[in-house]
Ligand binder design. Structure first.
Ligand SMILES: Nc1ncnc2c1ncn2[C@@H]1O[C@H](COP(=O)(O)OP(=O)(O)OP(=O)(O)O)[C@@H](O)[C@H]1O
Length: 337
């Protein structure tokens, strides 16, 4: 649905905000772009609907190359792309209904049809009773719902979300993410969202790209990335002290949690397992965990082979000076290769 190729953006002051970005967002998915401040997320999002003109590269949305379009064609194509903002960007002098009607007025929809469409949109976002209220009379979550209704007015296939939950408290954030997931499922809406918050990625996204210094450092579905040894996403979701202390083993359980792997390990291979840290998360309804352990005694090599055969990702830190890991000590980077 969205294909970005070789995207580069150099601002007038010489700042290289995007340095060759490739991105593919499939139809009907919620795709998150995660990165720290200054990584280039907002620039990327604004380049997708060409609010910002890229210095080089192409942007294709729903099969149409936006970077090749003239001004009038681009204006038409943009009706297929809605956008929501961190600070809502509502018109304070207009009621909720008039805010939502605004893009319909610009598109030239007759007044009689506008009213029905606005009612439908307000119902969709759960704001039926607020049509006559003004933005100042609404909570942050309600304002964002107005923003979402307005973004959907022209019936877009794609919704761009620019840190839409960053100004909201945790409970309201969850309700807005739930709304976006419902719209994604019910309308088949493709959503590209940018965020610096991992819980937004965990709570809402099917796929993710991690941006660093204007480049995509890693991209894929959440399921694929957590199953990839050494992935940045896994380290972000399950933070453990890095580098791993010498001789420790870091285990990522990305598959089924039904098997009692750890107790089988201790019983079957006679190893002592000392848990140093770890956590468990629910990713897309699937339990995923990461555990850092020290294993002593017994059949160490056999234990690691057993874990790998059960689909556990095994990352061994190299032994320290005392050399506590007997066989095949591999660094995380070697494992990742
Ligand atoms: N209009 C502009 N003119 C000049 N430089 C800009 C402009 N907009 C952004 N930049 C610079 O481009 C780089 C990327 O900024 P961008 O806003 O895209 O990052 P971001 O990841 O969205 O960060 P944040 O989360 O803080 O918004 C930064 O160094 C920023 O200072």
């Amino acid at each position: 649905m969205i294909h970005v190729s070789g995207l580069r953006k150099v601002y007038g002051n010489g700042v290289v905000a995007l340095d060759g970005v490739d991105l593919d967002v499939r139809e009907g998915e919620i795709f998150g772009v995660l990165g720290q401040s200054g990584a280039g997320k907002s620039t990327l999002l604004r380049c997708v609907n060409l609010l910002e003109r890229p210095t080089a590269g192409t942007v294709t949305v729903a099969g149409q190359e936006l970077t090749a379009l003239g001004r009038a064609e681009l204006r038409r194509a943009r009706q297929g792309i809605g956008m929501i903002h961190q600070h809502f960007a509502l018109l304070s002098s207009r009621t909720v209904a008039a805010n939502v009607a605004f893009p319909l007025e610009v598109a030239g929809l007759p007044r009689a049809r506008r009213g029905a469409r606005v009612r439908e949109l307000l119902e969709l976002v759960g704001l039926e009773g607020k049509a006559s209220a003004y933005p100042a009379q609404l909570s942050g979550g309600q304002k964002q719902r107005v923003g979402i209704a307005r973004a959907l007015a022209a019936g877009p296939k794609v919704l761009l979300s620019d840190e839409a939950t960053s100004a909201l408290d945790p409970g309201t954030t969850q309700s807005i993410l739930a709304l976006l997931k419902r719209l994604n499922a019910e309308l088949g809406l493709t959503i590209l969202l940018i965020t610096h918050e991992m819980h937004v990625i965990k709570g809402a996204c099917d796929s993710v790209a991690i941006m660093r210094d204007g480049r995509v450092a890693e991209a894929g579905t959440l399921a694929d990335l957590v199953a990839r040894p050494g992935s940045l996403l896994t380290r972000e979701i399950f933070p453990l002290p890095e580098p791993a202390p010498p001789g420790t083993v870091t285990l990522t359980f990305a598959g089924s949690a039904d098997e009692p792997v750890m107790s089988s390990l201790v019983r079957g291979f006679d190893v002592d397992v000392n848990v140093l840290g770890g956590s468990l998360e629910d990713l897309g309804g699937r339990p995923v965990g990461r555990l850092r352990v020290r294993m002593d005694g017994g059949d160490h090599a056999g234990a690691l082979t057993y874990l790998r055969e059960r689909g556990v990702i095994v990352e061994q830190a190299p032994p320290g000076a005392e050399g506590t890991v007997p066989v095949q000590a591999r660094t995380i980077t070697e494992e990742a290769r």
